[in-house]
Ligand binder design. Structure first.
Ligand SMILES: [Zn+2]
Length: 324
């Protein structure tokens, strides 16, 4: 490595946490992790009570109600040991709070593992759920790769690009999310136009994926930072992941039509996954508190403290020819 390159390495120019804005945020009290609380939930597993059991069918999305203090478990149930990829989102029953990739990935890091918290949208910013079990064997992703991560999802356009001959009615995680969200009572009851707008908005949010081999970071060959996916090797039937719900919420889950990515989109066979919900009897921790800021913002906007005139074409300082 040349001397110049060494000097530009960020590790060499960030000497302490004091100078690091990222650490100043993530090390604040609101984001402190109480591991003992989650260890107590994990250690008490044998006393959990089963609330319900469902199957997430291939080529579908569904919404699973999980109340605060309950655990949702997704477990591989196929006999071929295929690691069916799942894409996840979380939303409260009144739709006011929903999982935010934008808050979760910077606060928790690019991969989900035991103790990773799923944070919600701005104006709320609470942990909605916490991963408490990751049973995926180490060989699945190996060194420098992860098994679960924050990402976007396959959609009609990506799948059309990958398989131009496939029917437009073929599913994607995007349409499966739309399907799952449509089953939430507050969305189901909306007038049709509002429902479609809501489904479109929510399904367009980023999410996390489980049982999907992924890595991000510096790649020597590309000489660039990359995001890379690869097919998932087989894993034992019964392998699961679990999340503890910090408040009542729906987990909206898509069964990815790419299955385990071991073949082309047309040739893979997506598998059913068992979803079960369990009562732990353990109350969630108090949520981080934030100062209310929306009323101040709207006061600034409606009182001219922030310039608020509409940006029509004649509102800009256009340069006229003679002034150039
Ligand atoms: Zn997908």
């Amino acid at each position: 490595m040349c001397e110049n390159h060494k000097i530009q390495n960020p590790a060499d120019v960030l000497p302490s946490a004091r100078d690091d804005a990222h650490l100043a945020i993530v090390e604040a009290g609101q984001f402190e992790l109480n591991k003992e609380h989650y260890d107590a939930i994990i250690d008490d597993k044998e006393n959990r009570k089963l609330v319900y059991k469902e199957v997430l069918k291939p080529h579908t999305g569904d919404a699973f109600l999980v109340k605060k203090g309950q655990v949702i478990r997704a477990e591989q149930m196929n006999d071929q040991n295929i690691a069916q990829i799942l894409d996840w989102n979380i939303i409260t029953p009144d739709l006011t709070e929903y999982m935010s990739y934008g808050n979760s990935a910077p606060l928790e890091g690019p991969y989900l593992k035991k103790y990773t918290r799923c944070w919600s949208n701005n104006g709320m910013l609470h942990p909605m759920a916490t991963m408490i079990a990751d049973e995926v064997p180490e060989y699945f992703s190996g060194k420098e790769w992860g098994s679960h991560f924050w990402m976007f999802h396959c959609n009609p356009e990506w799948n059309q690009a990958a398989a131009p001959g496939r029917s437009v009615g073929g599913d994607s995680c995007h349409t499966n999310f739309m399907h799952g969200y449509s089953r939430i009572p507050a969305i189901h009851a909306m007038p049709e136009e509002e429902k479609r707008r809501t489904l479109d908005f929510l399904a367009n949010q980023c999410n996390f994926m489980t049982f999907q081999v992924f890595r991000t970071g510096w790649d020597e060959e590309a000489q660039d930072c990359i995001m890379d996916l690869r097919p998932g090797p087989n894993i034992p039937k019964g392998t699961g992941v679990e999340f503890y719900a910090e408040q009542d919420c729906y987990f909206v889950i898509s069964s990815c039509p790419w299955a385990d990515m071991q073949d082309t989109l047309e040739n893979v066979t997506p598998q059913p996954v068992e979803i079960s919900v369990w009562d732990t009897g353990i109350e969630p921790l108090e949520r981080p508190e934030w100062k209310e800021w929306k009323s101040t913002f709207y006061h600034q906007l409606s009182n001219g403290i922030r310039e608020n005139s509409p940006r029509t074409e004649d509102s800009y300082n256009y340069v006229i020819e003679s002034e150039k």
